[in-house]
Design a protein around this ligand. Structure first.
Ligand code: MG
Length: 256
């Protein structure tokens, strides 16, 4: 099932589900009991939002060998965790803003795991039960600031630096799916989730040994090789086989 958050004709955002190109409401919560309402609107008629509203966005650095190599760093011995603030979240079609403080913003297409239930101390077996589904994300990064600061809060944390969507797919198998990232139609990144250093269930278990995972929290699982710059006017397309496509325009933010 594909779970979305959407707004129609300016109404308040609500959860919905997608069936054959149409959207219907989800009555109840996707994290608890719900009923599927009848499909009401064509997908193009609704405004899709980021599919969940996370209390935190957990990320994993250097989880693909080829990406670590392109930055001339070693793969970590345990998962390298960092956070993006919920204020960095945007949805499908929303604009990524290039802040005036940076000269180098880069794309990082990533598989994102959506947490389905409150969890602590998961193991790779129980982690499966804690997952609602999967979606596409891009861990947009101000590379110059990430390097200059020595830690990543600023470089990874600007508003609009976490596009996510278009929906949460509950039936997805993360073992071997192709991830691609294109800019203006030019292919920049292509990899497979099978090349993760630490697989999804191990990452979720590890994160849950540090912090309580809440329903709707998102875990970004790292990016394959090929990261590169974004400039004003670009059209970013992140895609994962079985999850669809996430499109976001890119604009320079004026100095304030
Ligand atoms: Mg990343």
């Amino acid at each position: 099932m594909q779970i979305v958050r959407y707004s129609h004709s300016g109404a308040a955002p609500q959860y919905g589900w997608v069936f054959e190109g149409k959207v219907g409401p989800l009555e109840g919560s996707p994290f608890e009991a719900f009923k599927r309402g009848g499909a009401q609107h064509a997908l193009e008629e609704v405004h899709l939002l980021a599919p969940v509203t996370p209390s935190k966005i957990i990320c994993v650095g250097r989880n693909y060998v080829a990406h670590a190599q392109e930055h001339d760093v070693d793969v970590p011995e345990v998962p390298l965790l960092f956070l993006k603030p919920p204020s960095s979240l945007i949805g499908p079609g929303e604009t990524i803003l290039l802040p005036p403080q940076t000269q180098r913003v880069e794309h990082e297409a990533e598989l994102a795991v959506v947490v389905g239930r409150r969890s602590r101390w998961l193991n790779p077996e129980t982690a499966r039960e804690a997952i609602l589904g999967y979606t596409i994300a891009n861990d947009v990064t101000a590379r110059d600031l990430q390097r200059r600061d020595g830690q990543w809060t600023r470089g990874k944390g600007f508003d609009t630096f976490c596009p996510v969507g278009p929906w949460v797919e509950t039936e997805f198998d993360p073992a071997d799916a192709v991830i691609t990232c294109s800019v203006n139609g030019e292919l920049r990144q292509m990899g497979s989730t099978r090349d993760m250093v630490f697989p999804v269930l191990q990452l979720l278990a590890y994160a849950s040994s540090v912090m309580t995972l809440e329903p709707g929290d998102i875990l970004l699982t790292g990016t394959p090789a090929g990261v590169g710059p974004l400039v004003d006017g670009d059209e970013l397309l992140s895609s994962i086989e079985g999850l669809g496509e996430l499109r976001n325009p890119v604009k320079a933010e004026p100095a304030h």
